[in-house]
Design a protein around this ligand. Sequence first.
Ligand code: COA
Length: 289
Amino acid sequence: MTLRSAVVPTVKPYERRYRQAVRDLIFRSYRVHTHLDWQEVEDWLDSPDHPALLAWVGDRLVGALAASAPLSSACWLRLVVVSDFGDAGRAISTLWQAMSEYLRMRGVRTVALLISRDWMLSHLRNIGFHPVEDIVTLARARQAVLDVAPPDDVFLRLIYPDDIDALTAIDHAAFAPPWQMERADVRLAEKVSSIATAAVRDGTIIGYSLYTVYVDGAHLARLAVVPQAQGLGIASALISDALHRFARRSIFTMTVNTQASNTRSQQLYQRFGFVLNGFDLPVWMIDLV
Ligand SMILES: CC(C)(COP(=O)(O)OP(=O)(O)OC[C@H]1O[C@@H](n2cnc3c(N)ncnc32)[C@H](O)[C@@H]1OP(=O)(O)O)[C@@H](O)C(=O)NCCC(=O)NCCS
């Protein structure tokens, strides 16, 4: 039975002492959305860079909302959770009102959210989000690897932890908001990568790729080339090199995600034998005016 409450929840910023309460709410509730990529919820919430708000009715936690660090006037809602007991719509709209005011003050103009579960759709529509894009998945089965060498003045090497600033700069130059990764995410992504490679010209990194390994294959987690060096075969060389490296470890299958509108990257992946597998996730956005 759902208990409905006419009480408007009180919204307060997240504090570390509420860590267990948030954990419990996430564990117990049906209506949970997390999109934290490489981070655990608690680490995520405890980072001062991530705006996080909690909704309370009395001393009962009824909802939480957390966003990524604003970057180039954009951010992602990465944690949404509401209690099974109470008015979910009211909790979300109250949290969103406070969050949107805060983000506006921080200069954010676009907020995005990856739809992982259907329960969110009506609530998001009610607060003004709308569908903008799909994230598509391409998968590559075991097959011969297309050999692509980098241009003569470019060489490939493994990435070192010292490269994180350079990778972040490339990421921000190659991707438009809200698709850019914050430095902390680049660092974590590199850390959990099984293979991480860079393309270097005149001592400067001009492109990079990161790959993780899961049970029975690899995942191309990130690929970017600076705009001035695109179209020269650098991404192709990075992918070709990584497929060979994985094949030497008897890993032959690979997946990758990209935006449905990113036809350029899809053409590139298709040349290497990746095919769309139909696993699509919608991305909804709202413009804060
Ligand atoms: C997608 C991306 C990684 C491709 O990198 P890239 O180094 O330009 O890729 P390549 O050069 O290997 O291939 C791209 C094109 O250049 C062409 N090309 C390859 N070698 C070439 C050469 N020697 N001379 C001219 N063109 C060449 C390819 O045929 C390909 O053509 P297409 O655009 O018609 O498909 C790059 O555009 C990028 O960083 N984009 C923004 C971030 C992004 O979308 N990342 C991937 C999705 S998550």
